[in-house]
Design a binder for this molecule. Structure first.
Ligand SMILES: Cc1ncc(COP(=O)(O)O)c(C=O)c1O
Length: 426
């Protein structure tokens, strides 16, 4: 494990037009972004579709099931209300903020002030992407534990910050260790240069989860190094056995309180309620951090359509609905289909603890006796099986022999995809 720091990387895949003087028309900050690694796979996918192949897309993490009927009904009603046709309550309607606070209380046992500690967001990505602009000065560092959802790093870079990557491993269940081993050393190296620590458990792509002790250690580490913790809980309601915990719930623990614990947590309705297209979520946490994000967003957007906020409130109020338990067991069934099939072709695959992905190690390449490179595997799967997956290198440079399979397809399609994979020679 190591810490690797990104300063500026020339984004060669990002070729663009130039001025007469030969300068790029794009700002340097765009060139500093990591290359967009998925273009190649996307092109291959499009070509396969154009060639009339029956492509099974296991690349995207976009639920195939519809939004629950009770949410749609609430939306229908709210849309007819003329007051909702005006600019939204951009920090969040009272109804939505109260529903989010109640959700935090009932689900995680933490009491927060809906006005001070919660901010409505246009999906989780909005909050995540804008937070670094509110916290980082140019040159300030942000710690990203990889493999990771790419937005933590790209948002840091767009804010002029430096990304310090901490590589996590399957031996540590994809968690950074604060107390021992090489990831603790890497964290201690990066912390003095940083202001922000990104966490994401349940994780995309790994499905890894953490317990409250981990969050306690993270908060202690953050307080020692004057870091703000930003925790992404996009997959909190999709789990196998133990329901994921919230770092914000520790604000009520003895010795801690919400005024002194500098953390923010991002919640999303996208995956929990099959609402990716609706664009709604919320940030909850320390008042000063929420205010920094609020100030950035005040200058960028005008909030979430009030009718969507009403529907979102109804969704959060029914987080205990049997439809969610049914969704969890459906994802578990799908994960088992994929894990069993991948294991049978020599991939290293274990059941995710949470989330909507299976994160697996590539099969052995019979020509070399080594694990296949995930780019080569992804290309082979599209070319020879018309199945789209995501190469691991897109989430972390040390994950070149891992790949991600999304579970957002019905069981018959997953079974068909796995049959096609089993017929290939690796
Ligand atoms: C880990 C993680 N966080 C946040 C998001 C953003 O989701 P949304 O903006 O739809 O809430 C995603 C989406 O895939 C994700 O995987």
């Amino acid at each position: 494990m190591s810490v690797s720091t990104q300063t500026t990387v020339t984004n060669t895949s990002n070729a663009t037009s130039t001025t007469a003087a030969g300068q790029s028309i794009k700002a340097n900050r765009l060139h500093a972004l990591p290359p967009f690694l998925f273009n190649e796979i996307d092109n291959k996918k499009r070509a396969a579709i154009a060639a009339g192949k029956d492509v099974i897309n296991l690349g995207v993490g976009d639920p195939d099931r519809p939004t629950p009927a009770f949410v749609i009904e609430a939306m229908n009603e709210a849309m007819r209300e003329p007051a909702n046709h005006q600019y939204p309550d951009c920090w969040g309607t009272a109804r939505f903020l109260n529903a989010a606070a109640e959700f935090m209380q009932k689900r995680f046992g933490v009491t927060v002030d809906p006005k001070k500690n919660i901010l409505a967001t246009i999906g989780g990505k909005d909050g995540i992407a804008h937070l670094p602009l509110g916290l980082l000065n140019p040159g300030d560092g942000a710690i990203v534990c990889t493999p990771a959802y790419p937005v933590y790093a790209s948002a840091t870079i767009l804010a002029g910050g430096l990304v310090h990557r901490i590589e996590t491993s399957p031996e540590d269940h994809w968690l950074p260790r604060f107390d021992r081993g090489s990831s603790a050393t890497a964290l201690r190296t990066a912390a003095p240069m940083s202001k922000l620590l990104w966490l994401n458990f349940p994780g995309n792509p790994t499905g890894a989860t953490c317990d409250e002790k981990f969050y306690q250690q993270a908060l202690a580490f953050a307080s020692e190094h004057a870091l703000t913790v930003a925790s992404d809980l996009a997959y909190s309601e999709i789990y196998l056995d133990n329901n994921p915990r919230s770092i914000v719930s520790l604000f009520n623990a003895p010795g801690a309180d919400i005024k002194t614990t500098r953390a923010i947590e991002f919640h999303s309705l996208s995956k929990t309620f099959n609402m990716t297209g609706w664009r709604i979520g919320f940030a909850v946490g320390h008042e000063d951090v929420i205010n920094a994000l609020r100030q950035v967003k005040d200058n960028y957007d005008s909030g979430v359509f009030n009718a969507i906020q009403t529907a979102g409130a109804v969704a959060l109020e029914r987080f205990n609905d049997p439809a969610l338990a049914q969704m969890r067991s459906e994802y578990a069934k799908r994960a088992k289909i994929v894990v069993d099939a991948l294991t049978s072709i020599g991939c290293d695959a274990t059941m995710p603890r949470a989330g909507i992905f299976v994160w697996a190690r590539c099969p052995i390449d019979s020509a070399t006796g080594q694990r296949m490179n995930s780019w080569r595997l992804a290309e082979k799967l599209i070319d020879e099986a018309a199945v789209v997956t995501v190469p691991g290198a897109g989430f972390g440079q040390h994950c070149t022999d891992w790949f991600r399979v999304s579970l957002t397809r019905q069981t018959d399609r997953l079974e068909e995809a796995m049959r096609r994979l089993a017929s290939l020679k690796f």
